[in-house]
Design a protein around this ligand. Structure first.
Ligand SMILES: C[S@@+](CC[C@H](N)C(=O)[O-])C[C@H]1O[C@@H](n2cnc3c(N)ncnc32)[C@H](O)[C@@H]1O
Length: 329
């Protein structure tokens, strides 16, 4: 039996003031305005175009949150803010917080969504704001450098030559996979607006000769190939069950005999109550996509079986599913 919550813990669960204070400060780019030497509220207000007395309240609230310091009437960035919240810092993660802020109003419609089943948006961020989408992918690419190599090694792809990274985003996985397997070449298929970022990351990795970029809409356009391995990483939760079923069937047709499809996603367990993060992510997908959802590994396995994959296995619980296409197929 789980222990009872204290009242303080219940209130803490329902508390979001500091969240919105941080998101607003990042949206207003307060931390970049404070880069360099400490400044008064008046100077910061002048730089970001804000109402000084109101901005002062915001700046004061950021001090006990340990994001700003205050000496007399001069505000400065804490070392954390300087490193992660100043725009030109190489470790800036603000794009991700700006995305959370952009989604704030959608979350405000959660009650209505649950009452009516109607969602507040008609497209997802990669379609509505490709620049923000790419900025967020760039942050995730930088902070998620370790997950790609780990996945590549676990999949044991030695001997495979052609990889399709479908909806490959910044190319994080394609780059990691090519580094782990020197004989591998990859195609990153993604929306044209996203591939500008991919071009940069592939170039930075020095892998232009081994990673090709293919622009298109994976639901409508041909995917090239044939491929020995296809990866669908974190793309299926933006789509309906039926679109995913059709997409998995389409990928099957673009795989060579003996080819493999690997789906990595945020799957829910059978009861739908775990993993904990994914249950909250399912709510995020509910209010921020027109038709996405968090599925179960059993769903992905059924899409694969229906497509014609013969050997279908869950490689990692609630995370990775693999299907192998028969050599005679
Ligand atoms: C959450 S990101 C995942 C990126 C990458 N696979 C990873 O795991 O890091 C989703 C990606 O799907 C792409 N995408 C969404 N809808 C698409 C579509 N209809 N056709 C092609 N790409 C699409 C987006 O541009 C984005 O790069």
């Amino acid at each position: 039996m789980s222990r009872e919550f204290s009242l303080a813990e219940i209130f803490q669960l329902g508390y979001y003031w500091e969240t919105k204070i941080l998101l607003t400060a990042v949206k207003l780019d307060v931390f970049s305005a404070l880069d360099g030497k400490p400044k008064t509220a008046k100077e910061v207000a002048g730089r970001i175009g804000a109402h000084e007395p109101t901005l002062t309240l915001l700046l004061n609230a950021l001090v006990p949150m340990r994001l700003l310091t205050k000496e007399g009437d001069l505000y400065g960035n804490s070392s954390t803010a300087e490193k992660h919240l100043v725009r030109h810092s190489s470790q800036y993660i603000g794009h991700l917080l700006v995305l959370h802020d952009a989604e704030w109003n959608n979350w405000g419609k959660l009650e209505e969504t649950i009452r009516t089943g109607r969602r507040p948006v008609d497209r997802h961020v990669f379609e509505t704001d490709p620049e923000l989408g790419s900025n967020v992918l760039a942050v995730l690419h930088r902070i998620g450098q370790q997950s790609g190599p780990d996945l590549a090694k676990r999949l044991k792809l030695a001997g495979r030559e052609r990889l399709l990274d479908l909806g490959g985003g910044a190319g994080t996985n394609a780059i990691a996979f090519c580094r782990v397997y020197p004989e591998l070449t990859a195609t990153v298929f993604d929306l044209p607006a996203t591939l500008g970022l991919t071009e940069r990351t592939v170039k930075e990795a020095g892998l232009e000769a081994r990673i090709a970029l293919l622009p298109g809409d994976f639901n409508r356009d041909t995917l090239g190939g044939p491929y020995d391995v296809a990866l669908m990483s974190d793309i299926l939760h933006y789509q309906t069950f039926e679109s995913n079923e059709a997409l998995v069937g389409k990928v099957f047709a673009h795989l060579a005999p003996g080819g493999r499809l690997v789906i990595k996603d945020r799957f829910l367990d059978e009861a739908g109550t775990g993993p904990a993060w994914t249950t909250a992510f399912a709510m995020h997908i509910l209010v921020n996509t027109q038709q996405g959802g968090c599925y179960k590994t059993g769903d992905a396995m059924s899409w694969m079986t229906k497509a014609g994959f013969t050997s279908v296995t869950e490689l990692e619980k609630t995370a990775v599913v693999q299907g192998v296409k028969n050599r005679e197929a």
